[in-house]
Design a protein around this ligand. Structure first.
Ligand SMILES: CC(C)(COP(=O)(O)OP(=O)(O)OC[C@H]1O[C@@H](n2cnc3c(N)ncnc32)[C@H](O)[C@@H]1OP(=O)(O)O)[C@@H](O)C(=O)NCCC(=O)NCCS
Length: 379
């Protein structure tokens, strides 16, 4: 008797609950980290507090935060080995390729290599979270032909990144705004990069392997790559008066407008309203004067797209212009996203290893069967 096989899951695993998690949830369009709604954290917390929350399960008290920050600042510096890879890659590598490669290379220096215990992974999480901003800032400086600026132990995660990348000179509020952006992007359930991390971790591969997989997935234009994609699209449109024609052409050619649509949110992405407010405020500032009217183009684009079909704008849409107005080059938005997301990835990897089972679904075969071997001379 033929074995009964279950029907294939929906395409893209839409609606499939693939695991349990205590890290974050989206219910009725509300995003919570460890039980705190994002509105409770954005604009109030420091990124370090949220990273602690994700990794430990609750917000730190004063002493816990002091110790956590001390550990983070201690591990910001890069070794000569990583700095040399960065020097070579910064000439022609894209930011996401550089982040993925340098994080992967940092595995060879991991003092806890081979140790997937909770304690060892907690320390790895701190080292990876601490180092990623230094990796990106070094890349940013290098490709501008400048020397990297060493980390400043007295500054917060966001302020130190802004200083190392030269963004504090480009905009006085860069650290404050980036801090909130990092929080908004820190965690989001079983999104593609986190799922990639958990699948990798579930083979009992280590945290560096899992984070490297996550960075690979984040690059794609259907995921974090939509931040850079949004800026490309806005530059292509070029002016408010060209939006309607662009949208018409887009729908005619089944173009996927970057920054629109979401698998989980139907009406609004709760993170977008914070980012829209930043983009709107920054669009009135000095940096915006020498740029195309990006925010106005975005607003018209939302109107024109929604006339034809309702899509929520997602986290990437206004993050893209927020970063651009802060003086961040248009192709670096996705890599900024990665800085915030690192704590979320690490929390998921620890959760996976804490109660692990291999993630290994099946596929429904749709190809031919029963074919016979034909010798090469007869093919
Ligand atoms: C996010 C995203 C990948 C979700 O994908 P999904 O849940 O698989 O949804 P689908 O791609 O199947 O889209 C469903 C329908 O909406 C349309 N659609 C979804 N997002 C769209 C977009 N941004 N622009 C135009 N059409 C879109 C699809 O073409 C499809 O239309 P159809 O029913 O006529 O075939 C998708 O909305 C998208 O590609 N957005 C743009 C990239 C982006 O911003 N990614 C960042 C996500 S945080």
């Amino acid at each position: 008797m033929a074995v009964q096989r279950p029907a294939a899951a929906p395409r893209g695993l839409e609606g499939v609950v693939a695991t349990t998690t205590a890290i974050s949830s989206v219910e009725d369009g509300k995003l919570q980290y460890r039980g705190y709604r994002i509105e409770e954290l954005a604009g109030k917390a420091e990124y370090e507090e949220v990273a602690y929350l994700l990794l430990n399960g609750d917000l730190p008290n004063k002493e816990q935060l002091r110790d956590f920050k001390a550990e983070l600042t201690k591990h910001r510096t890069l070794s000569p080995f990583l700095r040399e890879i960065l020097r070579q890659m910064s000439e022609s590598g894209t930011a996401m390729d550089v982040l993925r490669t340098v994080v992967s290379a940092s595995a060879v220096e991991d003092p806890g290599e081979g140790d997937n215990s909770h304690e060892a992974e907690y320390r790895k999480s701190i080292r990876l979270t601490a180092k990623l901003p230094t990796i990106l800032a070094t890349y940013i400086r290098r490709r501008r032909g400048e020397q990297p600026v060493p980390p400043d132990q007295t500054l917060t995660h966001a302020a130190n990144f802004a200083r190392m990348a030269g963004l504090d000179e480009a905009h006085p509020k860069s650290a404050e705004i980036l801090n909130t952006c990092f929080i908004l992007q820190a965690e989001h359930g079983l999104n593609a990069s986190t799922f990639a991390a958990r699948i990798t971790a579930a083979t009992l591969a280590d945290m560096h392997a899992a984070v490297t997989a996550a960075l690979g997935a984040l690059k794609g234009p259907l995921h974090g790559g939509a931040t850079d994609g949004t800026m490309k699209m806005l530059d292509e449109i070029g002016g408010v008066d060209r939006v309607a024609a662009f949208v018409e052409r887009g729908f005619a050619t089944k173009y996927k407008f970057p920054g629109f649509g979401h698998r989980v949110y139907v009406t609004t992405d709760p993170r977008a309203k914070f980012l829209r407010a930043f983009a709107q405020e920054l669009s009135k500032g000095a940096n915006a004067k020498n740029m195309p009217p990006y925010f106005e183009i975005q607003e018209r684009l939302v109107e024109e797209v929604n006339k034809r079909r309702q899509f929520p704008v997602n986290v990437d849409y206004y993050a893209a212009t927020t970063y651009t107005y802060l003086g961040i080059p248009a192709d670096l938005g996705t890599s900024i996203f990665a800085i915030g997301r690192m704590a979320g990835w690490c929390a998921h990897i620890m959760e996976q290893h804490g109660d692990n089972r291999l993630i290994r679904p099946e596929s429904e075969y749709t190809g031919p069967t029963g074919k016979r071997w034909v010798p090469l001379a007869e093919r």
